[in-house]
Design a binder for this molecule. Sequence first.
Ligand SMILES: [Zn+2]
Length: 226
Amino acid sequence: MIMESRFRSMSERPKKRKNVCPHCGRKLWLKDFYHYSNGTRSSWCKECQKQNKRDWYNKTRKVPDGIRIDPVTGRKIEHRGLARRIFWDRRMLDDLKRMYATTKNEDLVDIIGVSLRTLIRKARELGLEKDAEWQHNNVMRHQKMASFEARRLGYPGHFKKGEHICQEKEFKPGHIESEETKSKRVASLKKWFIKHPFAAKERGKKMSETKRSKYADKTGTETSLP
Ligand SMILES: [Zn+2]
């Protein structure tokens, strides 16, 4: 004979809504216990679990609090909890002030021996800034490198012959620019010139060079004609 169970299925069984923590002895709601992925809950409550973890960490921590010399870098450091603080001495500050304007941060990090974030924070605190001309030259060098690389790869992002995005909006010879678009274009150009003074100077140089070469070609062909 089959024994008839009191409940037909698990879902009909009344759910337990509170649980007693064996560590602190409080009767708490089930949400105060950690939920495990296998469907069970922690026997200790969340607060007791957290406190236990903290105590264990403090007991087994390898680095106690205090100021001492770091054996790797030979510099004075302070440990406080999980935080590790460095002290800026005069030599480091002098190096930073001297080299910050014309050195890449990635290189300065190795020279001074601090993290990138710390370096940037200190530089801002001291009001240091990168040299604008040096920065512009860096950008130009990177652009040149990028163009060499693109040439090596055969200009993968460029338009091929006969390729169009929107033929209606394309420039057609004989088109006259309206006043509105002209004023917009001039305004955006002015903005760009103010934002990039060094690039603007270079652009102007290039434009005058092409003009000169065009003029020379014209005069050359004219003079060669019989
Ligand atoms: Zn508890």
